[in-house]
Design a binder for this molecule. Sequence first.
Ligand code: PLP
Length: 362
Amino acid sequence: MAFDVRSLPTVETPCVLVDADVMESNIERMQSSMQRSGVGLRPHAKTHKSRRVGRLQVDGGAVGLTVATIGEAEVFADAGIRDLFIAYPVWATPAKAARLCALHERIDLLVGVDSVEGATQLGSQVRGGASRRMRVAIEIDSGERRTGVEIDGAVAVADAAVAAGLEVVGVFTHGGHSYQDPSLVGPAALDEVRVLTGAAAALAAGGHDVEVLSAGSTPTAERSAHGGVTEERPGTYVFGDRQQYHLGSVEADELALVVAATVVSAARGRFVLDAGAKILAKDRPAFLEGFGCLPDHPGSTIVRVYDHHGVVETPGPVPAVGTIVAVVPNHVCPVVNLGPGLTILRGGSVVEDWSVDTQHRF
Ligand code: PLP
């Protein structure tokens, strides 16, 4: 892998190490891939939650960023990012509507909706608070069964949005069912293209021409960037993680982030790390054993995590207490959110500490 896990820098653990060269090459590779497909890249910033990383993505050619919360949008707008999509069906309370209006006045803002009620609420709450109509995109379910309407429900949401004074500019979907199993990545990408083009056609027939067809997840991004899709929103690609490696989205040498942890206790066939659920998180896909992978200890498994303990069972040699080891986390997004910040390495040495800027920003 990209990290020389045998010669990690001496750092205070647990901490989150990012190889800046690998991260930058991940940013460039996805950008070039989208450019070759003629599709815009709008990375999801919930993975890195960092103004610095968001800036690198936009300066590298991204059309803007995707976020999940109004708070994230506020932080990136303050950082000078002018084009933000809250790809989430926001329920606009008066307080949230006021914040949306303030954002709408200073940047190009796009907001997700996926119900008649949500669109009506958003329109009624922002009315009078904004100098131009707020732009919305309707979420379509491509198979994840999380949020989003079926294709045949899109027109009703669009009608309600227009009646409430909103401007319907697009449709979006997240092929998150690609995460269930590596064999589902290809079909999920096809589902994304199918529902976006189907919904756009249904909307056109219903009198709503939309210009944005926004797909996106890291596993599907490169496979659904065709057929009328106008932009992709992968997020996790920026660092990669164990789950993405097993789904085939990243190679081992594209993993840009590890958690550095110290062995604090050891027994026969077992050792304990100072990294537990409060930094590794508890995400564990059905197709993976354990709560992360230790590349330098093949065959070992993080069998249990407590708040501050990660219990590793190994068939190999047990490292001495005090040894610093690298853990490739299962799912990098919560790790960045939970960790103390990003410790940036170049050439194996620590060069800077970058803050995680949108922690607790909802
Ligand atoms: N778009 C939406 C709506 C999402 O929920 C997510 C992730 O959850 C993404 C894009 C980014 O996908 P990934 O985490 O696979 O990169």
